[in-house]
Design a protein around this ligand. Sequence first.
Ligand code: 8X3
Length: 245
Amino acid sequence: MPTAVVTGASSGIGAATARALAHQGFHVFCVARRTDRIETLAAEIGGTAVTCDVTDETQVAALAEAVGPSLDLLLNNAGGALGVDPVSAADADDWRRMFEVNVIGTLLVTKALLPALVASGAGTLVNLGSTAGHITYEGGGGYTAAKHGVTAMTETLRLELNGQPVRVTEIAPGMVRTDEFSLNRFGGDEARADAIYAGVREPLVAEDVADAIVWVATRPHHVNVDLMVIKPLAQAAQHKVHRES
Ligand code: 8X3
């Protein structure tokens, strides 16, 4: 049975992808800080819950121990946005936290699990980037900088792993409506979080992104999808979103 590790599996895209991969026959290690959520998910899909803060090297080492010597798929999904302040008024702690989770977390988990991906003989590494890793927008300085970091790390890894049996993909979603992404960005302010999606008939949902990740992961192994940008039909570009009143 192929194995997969999904970080940030407690909600949103991570949880949806864990379910989709299990449906495809993967044994999924569901990784997140919130034990109750990942235990419920792991029980539902016949996977394994591993409580882990991806920014903590000791906990990431324990994750690698739990996974064992061989791994087929790693999805670095843990991440997120904090705040919408302009750079001139940015909260440095929010920026530190965004760099820690999105960039350093992805780095630590990748370093720890890369030997197992190589050992599988046909590993797949998927980093959850964002359109924010390819453009910038007002109020998004910290998040776009962090996601540009994820893009740079992903592209560097593909170069460095050339000749090794590990393919490297970035999935870059645009507007995805999940339970927590926007809420976390706005510090729990539901009205502001909801306003992001106001009038947008069909933002992407977590299952749309999960579907793309499964497609990437189930191509023949010599096929490396470098980058997949996915936006809802209503979002022609970052700033051009069709809204119905
Ligand atoms: C989420 C996309 O537009 O909020 O990664 O930056 S956006």
